[in-house]
Each structure stands twice: as C-alpha cells, then as structure tokens.
Design a protein around this ligand. Structure first.
Ligand SMILES: [Zn+2]
Length: 69
C-alpha cells in the first residue's frame, strides 16, 4: 500500500480489501493489504460492512509498524 507521502508499506499483504466498501466483490474492487493497513482503512471508513467483523475495542496504532523509525 502506498502512503500519501510516497512511502510504500513493505509488510506482507495477507488481507483482501474492498477498495469501495460494499457488496462489489469483483477483482476490480479488491486489493491485497497487510493486516495493519486493512484495519486502519476499515477504521477510517467506519460503519461499513467491515465493522461487522471488527473488534471494536481494538484501535489500530497511529503509526504503521513498517514505517516506525
Ligand atoms: Zn501495511
């Protein structure tokens, strides 16, 4: 996953993300993300289908582990 400042997440992608949240499961709407990126994106979206499986008490860390100094 590429970040807004141009850096790219180097962690293994083991999650399938829906680029546009919803019921579109076509390949054009799917991409691979690492677990952290997927949680972070889902948390930002909020209130979508992803919320159904999210552990509500667990908040993603603000800094991606691959980008920590
Ligand atoms: Zn990542």
């Amino acid at each position: 996953m590429a970040f807004s400042d141009g850096r790219v997440c180097g962690l293994p992608a083991n999650q399938v993300d829906h680029i546009e949240p919803g019921d579109d499961h076509s390949m054009a709407n799917l991409r691979a993300l690492c677990e952290w990126c997927h949680r972070h994106k889902s948390a930002q979206e909020g209130g979508t289908a992803a919320a159904l499986t999210r552990v509500r008490t667990h908040r993603p860390k603000p800094t991606h582990p691959a980008l920590e100094d």
